[in-house]
Design a protein around this ligand. Structure first.
Ligand SMILES: [Zn+2]
Length: 60
């Protein structure tokens, strides 16, 4: 994967790319809506956030 040179993140849930400055805010929107989201960060790491299964794990 050669995505790390681009300063962009990608939300697989929305199928949209985001500036790395905006991705945390975007993730918060999913959290607020209790939606699962899968996000690729600038370093190429992909994380899945299970916000729909929320309640037990509170946001740190
Ligand atoms: Zn999204």
């Amino acid at each position: 994967m050669n995505v790390s040179k681009h300063k962009s993140c990608f939300c697989y849930t929305c199928n949209k790319s985001f500036h790395f400055h905006g991705i945390n805010r975007h993730r918060s929107r999913h959290r607020d809506k209790k939606e699962d989201c899968k996000i690729r960060y600038t370093n190429g790491d992909i994380y899945t956030f299970n916000y729909s299964a929320d309640k037990k794990e509170s946001d740190k």
